[in-house]
Design a protein around this ligand. Structure first.
Ligand code: NDP
Length: 230
């Protein structure tokens, strides 16, 4: 059954591959990018299928822009996937923290997905199986002690908690909310040494989201559909 997906942060990396695979399997896709330059680049990357994809422009730090885009989107959605994210400065330690950069990263990685979720929530009304997927990372897991990514990891840990809270709040409305880990993936962010390609990661994420029901809400799952420890 064809569904309508929002993929936020779709001009490169995992987001772009999600869009490609959704088009290939016949789903309807709305893709968000940050500016007109990225919109043109996305159209070129998707050609000739770009005509099938509606594009919205917003920076996920700007709630007004996100809300305006949500109101302007052509049709109701089945799945809202807040994928956009950034790594920030590198390396990242707690001591000598660049506090300005840290605040910006929390705005992008923690609050950005929630701005998207809140703004697009009314557009899930009427969906048979409404789902909100928030792109997290296993670096946000308390069980993970990877050094050098202190701020990024904290932004994703905070997102995980808020995803769990949102799942509780939306459960009475029948909306499923999950935090997802895509694997360590070869993208601009993941770097060339990552073991996983975008094709496998995106395919796994789509299969995981396809299989979600309200019973899964509040979970933290990887691209194989397995539970990730908080
Ligand atoms: P990329 O760096 O390849 O792509 C990031 C995407 O997010 C781009 O489309 C970028 O747009 C967009 N974006 C960044 N900041 C903003 C913003 N303020 N507003 C709107 N869009 C924004 O990353 P990946 O594809 O690798 O990562 C996608 C998601 O997966 C992220 O949330 C990341 O944290 C997460 N993740 C990735 C892992 C990996 O190994 N790659 C591992 C674990 C999690 P623009 O081009 O304009 O910057």
């Amino acid at each position: 059954m064809s569904e309508h997906w929002l993929i936020a942060g779709a001009n490169r990396g995992i987001g772009l591959e999600l869009v490609r695979q959704l088009i290939a399997r016949g789903d309807r896709v709305t893709a968000s990018v940050r500016n007109d330059e990225a919109r043109a680049a996305l159209a070129a990357k998707l050609a000739p299928q770009h005509a099938e994809v509606e594009t919205l422009v917003f920076d996920s730090r700007d709630f007004e822009a996100v809300s305006k885009a949500a109101r302007s989107a052509g049709a109701g959605f089945d799945v809202v996937f807040a994928n956009a994210g950034a790594f920030g400065p590198s390396p990242q330690t707690v001591l000598n923290m660049d506090f300005g950069a840290a605040l910006d990263l929390f705005s992008i990685n923690t609050l950005g997905p929630l701005r998207v979720a809140e703004a697009f929530l009314p557009r899930l009304k009427g969906a048979a199986n409404p789902r909100i997927a928030l792109m997290s990372s296993e670096l946000g897991s308390m069980a993970n002690k990877n050094p050098g990514a202190a701020i990024y990891s904290a932004t994703k840990a905070a997102l995980n908690k808020l995803a769990q809270c949102l799942a509780e709040e939306l459960s009475p409305q029948g909306v499923t909310v999950v935090a997802l880990h895509p694997g360590w993936v070869k993208t601009d962010m993941g770097g060339p040494n990552a073991p996983l390609g975008v094709t496998e990661s995106a395919a796994g994420l789509l299969a995981t989201i396809d299989g979600l029901s309200l019973n899964d809400s509040g979970g933290f799952l990887n691209y194989r559909g397995e539970t990730v420890p908080w």
